[in-house]
Design a protein around this ligand. Structure first.
Ligand code: RP5
Length: 159
């Protein structure tokens, strides 16, 4: 599998769907696991070991609240880690954003926006695409499509 997606909880699943959909759209194989840094640290370790054994190129870790999962994962592997802060009701995801983005020097986590699951997938695909011309072509086509939509919106509104 090219990408390992880790969710801190089953309750993160809805927010993870745009990531899963995007990987499917680009035909990028992934493994999805629920593994909490606090509740099941041994499952986190196993998922990382499996990802390394399978040659995964990117790990996407999503968590809310005291969101230690992406940082813990980054501490245990040389596979690049993308962190997705998940919003919850009390602090709207700012708690998770600060927890994920403020990594100590030496252990980077590439943090996307709060609930930025789609961008986490696109960033993972861009990393993988550096050695995959077919994926690069698909990414460019996706950008061309977005550009065409903006142009069409201008035309429709006579702008
Ligand atoms: C985090 O705590 C999870 O990633 C989730 O966003 C949040 C709440 O988890 P549950 O109590 O709903 O399992 O670890």
């Amino acid at each position: 599998m090219e990408v390992l997606i880790l969710l801190g909880s089953k309750s993160d699943m809805d927010k993870a769907l745009p990531c899963i959909d995007t990987l499917k759209e680009f035909g990028v194989p992934y493994t999805l696991k629920i593994a909490s840094a606090h509740r099941t640290p041994e499952l986190v370790d196993k998922a990382i070991k499996d990802a390394e054994a399978n040659g995964s190129k990117v790990i996407i870790a999503m968590a809310g609240m005291a969101a230690h999962l992406p940082g813990v994962v980054a501490s245990k592997t040389l596979i690049p880690v993308i962190g997705v802060p998940i919003s919850n009701k009390n602090l709207d995801g700012q708690d998770a954003l600060y927890a994920i983005v403020q990594m100590p020097s030496g252990y980077p986590v590439a943090t996307v926006a709060i609930d930025g699951a789609k961008n986490s997938a696109l960033l993972a695909i861009q990393i993988i695409a550096q050695n995959n011309p077919n994926l690069k072509t698909k990414l460019q086509a996706n950008r061309d499509k977005m550009k065409a939509e903006v142009m069409r919106a201008n035309e429709e509104l006579g702008l």
